[in-house]
Design a protein around this ligand. Sequence first.
Ligand code: AMP
Length: 280
Amino acid sequence: MEIFKEIEPLRAYLRDHKEAGESIGLVPTMGALHPGHLSLIEASKKETQTTVCSIFINPTQFNNPADLANYPRSMTSDLATLDAAGCHVVFSPSTEEMYSDPKAIHFDFGNLDKKLEGEFRPGHFSGVALAVSKLFNIVRPHIAFFGQKDFQQFKIISKLNEELKFDIALRCIPIFREADGLAMSSRNLRLDADQRQRAVVLYESLLFAKEMIARGKTFDSIINDVRELFKHAGAKLEYLAWTDTENLNPVKSVNQADHSILLIAGYVGDVRLIDNMTIS
Ligand code: AMP
């Protein structure tokens, strides 16, 4: 496995591989790798010849300084995990390598980056789009792999890819879950044993909401019930939304969209978690 911290040597390495006719896959991450990340690496290895995994904790996407400070970091074990997984290239740049002026460029996606995550994390998606644009430009992959876990992020990146004409194929990989259903997340490492058990409330709420929708319950009453489930679990619901999968606009009935999605966010202790589930 090749490890690069600087842009130019990585570009030179990839240039050689592209000239040899190899296809390049990119898996952007913020490290603290878990099996969910590895499912993206696997998907990339299946479809491309050289898989590049980036590990970069992008400061511009953190609207909360404490969240950035507390974000789990485990570079040594991440490198061992990626090596064992057969990843070909790791790109782990410093903040200075990625940004000369972090405040210089801002993205505005209109409605798409203001709702759901955007409402509770102002500026978050501008930072995501900036880091992903840089990674797309540096690596110039043929295919980039993202997780459905961050569904709104995938929508933002799809828009970015389309509007900036990156011409990169994008893949959205299903959510990898723990045995009890909790979506794997680097932030789960910050939960203590008790919180870890209670965190399954996000997944259970999604299952409950999906079942209640199928039974014809109103979404308002479902939200109230989910709020109770959260209270019971000693967690705090931030939002539960039911939207179409195209523009993430609210839907109120199963007849409104062929494909819709339930999206949820909440706090267990001071750890903010998200999850989602499609409904077809
Ligand atoms: P992160 O390191 O949290 O920024 O995540 C890097 C990539 O892995 C993103 O595209 C995430 O959506 C994806 N990812 C995170 N958790 C999971 C999971 N449980 N299953 C599948 N993909 C995931």
